[in-house]
Design a protein around this ligand. Structure first.
Ligand code: SF4
Length: 402
């Protein structure tokens, strides 16, 4: 089997991409004799060299005719290239079975999927670990004749790319990723976690996570990005925080942190004593816009909590989104000003993407959301009922220089 992904280049992070790392780890644990290879297509290279040249590189790297299955990741950023990649592969190897997985599979019926991506053998909806292994073993044909496969996993199915040696660790790696859980209990209307995983959170076994932290500790790693969509939910995160607190300060951690209505000061003290940066996605500081994206957050409360966290001296990166339904240029500017007034040093803003299958994707017309294409060919919202393209350009400019 060959797995092909499209990735945004992250030069300091060891690869393959974490999603592939856990699939390879799962194969290694469940079926160590199966050969599974991996190819990452760098989106910056596609931009510079053109997709034809990338396909040429791919066929130089691998003997495509030797694979029974080729799995391709389907995300919003790979969407423009998926069909041409499938066509190219089939032009070289007509009978290879194509498997498509990723968030772009969400929200479409099987007939819609087949219209969109002709010539696909199986689609994987949701997490891929178990589904891809079963497809590769042909075991699904006996138990499941469906073309759209959804095989739920639990915490024990998530193996570590570090403990299974998928990633070769060495001293002074600049950055690694780690997950302690998957899924998110919240239901923001623009986010794929809602539609793909229905608010379910799957926690890894706590002893397993501690083993991963212990092995990483031996390698003087510069930064460990914990990629859980929301770190501070579930039952284990406080134990994990205590483990992180045992690291020396040469290793920095980043956590995606949800500001709860009531702050937990014991937890914040522990964070303040560790080398942790909290990444807090607040998206906007406007009550109405928050309602429009199904985030029932009280803005006053959020501001007070941010003031509190900042005064404790916790390293914090707060992020906004521009292009949200009901947002105006004025609302966006005001949100930035409030964050700056609090004294927050790290403020980021990202353009809104409409992810297939999400509630907001289905509400496109309601809010008059119009997409344009960014420099990587990724669709982003550039106009709506409440902001013009010129307003969007101003928001974009502001976002680049916050
Ligand atoms: S945006 Fe964050 S909090 Fe909201 S559903 Fe997605 S992961 Fe959860």
């Amino acid at each position: 089997m060959l797995i092909i992904t499209f990735d945004i280049d992250q030069p300091d992070v060891i690869g393959p991409s974490y999603a592939v790392g856990t699939i390879l780890a799962h194969f290694k644990m469940k079926e160590p004799n199966r050969v599974v290879e991996y190819y990452s297509i760098n989106l910056s290279d596609v931009r510079v060299k053109g997709i034809e040249s990338i396909f040429f590189d791919l066929s130089n790297h691998f003997s495509l005719v030797s694979y029974e299955y080729i799995a391709i990741s389907a995300y919003i950023w790979s969407e423009p290239y998926i069909n041409s990649l499938i066509q190219f592969i089939h032009s070289v190897h007509r009978t290879v079975r194509i498997i498509l997985g990723g968030y772009q599979i969400a929200g479409l019926s099987i007939s819609e999927l087949n219209l969109k991506y002709p010539d696909v053998y199986k689609y994987i909806e949701g997490y891929s670990e178990k589904a891809i292994l079963n497809i590769a073993n042909n075991s699904l044909d006996e138990i499941d004749t469906q073309q759209l496969i959804n095989m739920p996993i639990d915490g024990c199915d998530i193996y570590s790319p570090y403990l299974t040696n998928i990633y070769r660790l060495y001293n002074n790696i600049k950055k690694v990723r780690l997950e302690t859980k998957r899924g998110c209990p919240y239901r923001c209307s623009f986010c794929s976690h809602d539609v793909c995983h229905s608010g379910k959170v799957i926690e890894k076994n706590i002893d397993y996570v501690i083993s991963e932290l212990n092995i990483l500790k031996k390698y003087s790693i510069g930064k460990i990005n914990i990629i859980d969509p929301v770190f501070n939910c579930g039952k284990n995160y406080k134990i994990i925080l205590q483990e992180i607190a045992k690291y020396d300060h040469n290793t920095a951690f980043t956590l995606q942190y949800k500001l709860n209505e009531k702050l937990d000061f014991n937890e914040l003290e522990l964070i303040a004593c560790s080398n942790i940066c909290l990444e807090i996605g607040i998206q906007t500081l406007d009550d109405e816009v928050l309602k429009n994206i199904s985030r029932p957050t009280n803005v006053k409360n959020t501001i007070n909590n941010l003031i509190e966290i900042n005064s404790i001296g916790i390293d914090t990166e707060v992020s906004l989104i521009y292009g949200l339904p009901g947002q105006t240029l004025k609302i966006f500017i005001e949100s930035i000003e409030v964050l700056k007034k609090i004294g927050l040093k790290k403020i980021k803003a990202y353009p809104l993407m409409l992810l297939r299958g999400t509630k907001l994707f289905l509400e496109k017309q309601k809010w008059g959301l119009v997409e344009g294409i960014d420099e990587f060919g990724i669709p982003i919202v550039k106009k709506s009922n409440t902001f013009s393209e010129e307003d969007w350009e101003s928001m974009n400019e502001l976002a680049l220089k916050i």
